[in-house]
Design a protein around this ligand. Structure first.
Ligand code: URA
Length: 263
């Protein structure tokens, strides 16, 4: 009973994941971090957070993002979505896999003209293995409906295929490690338009350091590995809209824009 009460207390406080066997003194680590000179690259990218950003773990203090050649090699060998899923299932270089319940690969029409890319799975997605099935996902489905697009007709995935514990912001390293997979995912679906939900999705794929409020609604360019030019439109993440409904008018403009391009 005692142990159960402690667990219930943790869950009520929002602590719903175990991520290690031994405790880490984050106060000590953050003091050490303050002593280290700041590294411009890390700062520039971390400004890409959603309008109300959640803190990343201490891993973001590592200076150089690691891009795994292994991930690129694995992706190069994939010529179908099934092969890409199998490659991701076997990929062990991103530690998020250790705390996630399921891989959230992506779903929808593999021949879709519109591909939607979010940041990373949340709790509901982690449980089900499907992208955008929680509250943000329900809003996304409604947003698509508002322009007469059915969810089954688009393809939906995320920059990261595993849930960051407690929905924290993914670190630069985690994003860099997994990037080849979403790039290959885009190559294989080969849509005409990418709808990028939130600042991290836009900055990871379009190589921009501007914040989401500045680039929202702009037509950016994404080039696949085989040279296809795709229109990429960044917009606010539905999770942000749930917190800030006053911004809905802006996303409505972006949706109308997408609809007219598709037509
Ligand atoms: N937020 C995301 O960015 N992706 C999901 O799949 C769910 C919530």
């Amino acid at each position: 009973m005692e142990a159960q009460k402690i667990l219930e207390w943790y869950i009520e406080a929002g602590v719903d994941e175990t991520i290690g066997e031994s405790p880490i003194d984050y106060f000590l680590l953050s003091q050490e971090k303050q002593k280290t000179p700041s590294i411009p690259v890390v700062e520039a990218v971390s400004k890409q957070a959603l309008p109300q950003s959640r803190p990343a773990t201490i891993a973001s203090s590592t200076p150089t993002p690691v891009i795994s050649n292994n991930a690129r090699d694995l992706c190069d060998k994939c010529s179908s979505l099934n092969e890409l899923r199998t490659a991701l299932e076997a990929f062990d270089e991103c530690s998020l896999k250790l705390t996630a319940t399921n891989l959230v690969f992506g779903e929808g029409n593999p021949n879709a003209k519109l591909m939607i890319i979010g940041e990373a799975p949340g709790a509901e997605e982690d449980k089900s293995g499907q992208p955008f099935v929680g509250k943000s996902g329900q809003l996304l489905t409604k947003m698509l409906k508002s322009i007469n697009i059915e969810r089954k007709d688009v393809y939906i995935s995320n920059i990261l295929p595993w849930r960051p514990p407690g929905n924290r912001k993914p670190t630069i390293e985690e994003t860099a490690i997994c990037l080849p997979f979403i790039q290959k995912h885009i190559d294989l679906v080969s849509p005409d338009i990418l709808l990028l939900l939130g600042g991290s999705s836009a900055s990871s794929l379009c190589n921009t350091s501007d914040g989401i409020s500045q680039i929202r609604g702009k037509k950016l360019n994404y080039t696949t590995s085989n040279g296809k030019e795709i229109i990429a439109i960044p917009t606010f993440h539905p999770a942000y809209l749930l917190r800030t409904p006053a911004q809905k008018a802006k996303i409505w403009q972006d949706l109308l824009n997408i609809k007219s391009i598709l037509n």
